[in-house]
Ligand binder design. Structure first.
Ligand SMILES: C[C@](O)(CO)[C@H](O)COP(=O)(O)OP(=O)(O)OC[C@H]1O[C@@H](n2ccc(N)nc2=O)[C@H](O)[C@@H]1O
Ligand SMILES: Nc1ncnc2c1ncn2[C@@H]1O[C@H](COP(=O)(O)OP(=O)(O)OP(=O)(O)O)[C@@H](O)[C@H]1O
Length: 290
């Protein structure tokens, strides 16, 4: 027997937070973007997107959640852009009512907007019953943002170019590893951080194993710290925590992450940060497996 409408659960997707375990900036390109080499991993947690299909063709977005208040729900929101882009791309006549529960800080280097856009594409292909693999949507995804193509699969990937080259990458000991994210409460503009890069190529990324990644870098750390010095405080604090294996800034900041040996180490660090800096945002999570 079919369920009455009120009991039909809306479809849901998690917009997994993206973390750049290492991010090497190799060159400034003629198109203004930068050529990067990065290992992307994804957290098991992130924003949440739910939706229901409508027949009128309209895209309506409602935003809630801890970081929802500062975010517009209109045409500038990456969820709306992704939905409209998908409608146009596939000539879809149906619309959708979408709810974005914003759990991740905005403009914080963990790709919240990019993850939301990719999750919207995954959600709507299911909602509108499109017989299409979201991986076919790479060109549309890249139009929405450099990180969006890799966010479609949201598994560990080596990413290069502006973000258009991405391939699954297996590293022992990463899947399921406890991870703490920490942000000092400062929104940082990605474009402004890239503009502060000193244009020195410090060499290629070696993502062969965790040891080599530990020897890697985030070349955007220094320009981000110049804009938001509190990033140094976050890094210092993370580096002092017992059981930390690797700590670094993610993306263009200001969020930093630390990978731990055990969940107990991670929880201990989360408590220490919350006690010393109650205003900082933290999230205790794990690296999402393939
Ligand atoms: C820093 C990273 O998050 C690392 O994963 C990404 O490179 C940024 O990805 P994103 O937020 O999706 O960035 P986009 O929305 O495409 O671009 C925002 C701005 O960042 C700069 N930008 C971005 C990506 C890139 N490879 N080079 C750049 O110089 C450009 O000034 C661009 O106008
Ligand atoms: N759904 C959304 N979530 C977050 N930001 C959005 C969204 N839609 C539009 N934006 C805009 O996109 C900009 C970048 O937001 P986002 O949170 O993706 O940045 P980020 O985490 O620094 O990304 P990256 O790691 O890719 O550099 C913000 O200035 C914000 O106003």
């Amino acid at each position: 027997m079919p369920l009455p409408d009120a009991m039909v659960e809306p479809l849901a997707e998690t917009a997994y937070a993206k973390i750049n375990v290492a991010l090497h900036v190799r060159a400034r390109r003629d198109d203004g973007y930068h050529a990067l080499e990065s290992l992307f991993v994804f957290a098991e947690d992130g924003d949440r997107i739910t939706g229901e299909a409508t027949d009128d063709g309209a895209i309506n977005l409602v935003v809630d959640g801890p970081f929802g208040s500062g975010l517009e729900a209109g045409p500038g929101n990456l969820v709306v852009k992704a939905a409209r882009g998908l409608q146009a791309y596939l000539g879809e006549q149906r619309g959708a009512v979408i709810r974005l529960t914003k759990n991740l800080p905005v403009a914080s280097g963990i790709g919240g907007g990019s993850a939301d856009a990719a999750a919207t594409l995954r959600l709507l292909t299911r909602l509108w019953d499109m017989r299409i693999d979201p991986q076919e949507l790479t060109a549309l995804a890249l139009d929405l943002g450099s990180d969006v193509p890799a966010c479609l699969a949201s598994v560990t990937q080596l990413v290069s170019g502006r973000g258009e080259h991405f391939a699954r990458h297996q590293i022992d000991d990463l899947d399921g590893r406890p991870m703490l994210l920490a942000n000092p409460g400062i929104a940082v503009s990605t474009a402004q951080v890239f503009a502060g890069w000193d244009r020195v190529d410090r060499g290629a990324l070696d993502a062969g194993n965790l040891e080599r990644l530990i020897a890697g870098r985030n070349d955007l750390e220094q320009p981000a710290i110049a804009i938001a010095p509190a990033i140094s405080d976050v890094l210092n604090m993370l580096g002092q925590q017992p059981g930390v294996r690797l700590y670094r800034m993610s993306g263009s900041g200001a969020t930093c992450f630390a990978l731990f040996h055990t969940q107990a180490d991670c929880s201990h660090a989360a408590n220490a940060l919350a006690k010393a800096h109650p205003s900082w945002w933290t999230m205790e999570t794990r690296i999402r497996g393939a």
